[in-house]
Write a protein that binds this ligand. Sequence first.
Ligand code: DX5
Ligand code: ZN
Length: 216
Amino acid sequence: MQRIIAPSMLSADFGHLDRDTRMVDRSAAQWVHIDVMDGVFVPNISFGFPVLAPIRRATTKLLDVHLMIVEPEKYALRFVEAGADLVTIHYEATADPAACLRAIRAAGARAGISIKPATPVGVLRDLLPLLDLVLVMSVEPGFGGQSFIPEALDKIRELRTMIDRAGTATLIEVDGGISARNAREVFEAGADAVVAGSAVFKAADPEAEIGRILNA
Ligand code: DX5
Ligand code: ZN
């Protein structure tokens, strides 16, 4: 199984967004993770379309957009138009996740769903045929730099079994508190992709750190 790493631009230096995106672009990372927060679904506000545009221009890598916003159906397609290759919505943020996932795919992007630490993986069983990705949160969404919640490992294992039984090609991505110290157990639990924000951007050599996380 190929390991994927998605550095989170939330921890980049926004005064040097072009430089930091180009660093990710030449690194071993395959995806670029973009955290969009609305101050309602989570108690923090990050950035939106105007910030996505220069990131899109600075990399050809897969843009992995994580929407931490209520009613994602209102904005998901605008993120596809802005260059997102994969749009992930939160299960807890919408009354009709299936309709939103179908719309994202119809617009030509891959569709993902994320679950907060308290949401059990079982709620996703019937949605699997619509899902290119499930994003398991290993911290409460809203902020970078938090500690990994170890209970996430059991959720990853349970989800891996559920996906294997369903026979879909759904990838598992894990987000929050991941570094070279714990990436190995996250991958071994069944994750295909890991997000890393502060571990990458606070490292003395971010590009080398991406390699260390991939090969943990
Ligand atoms: C948190 C975001 C994460 C965050 C991860 O709500 O979804 O993607 O940037 O940051 P670290 O890797 O620092 O926990
Ligand atoms: Zn994220």
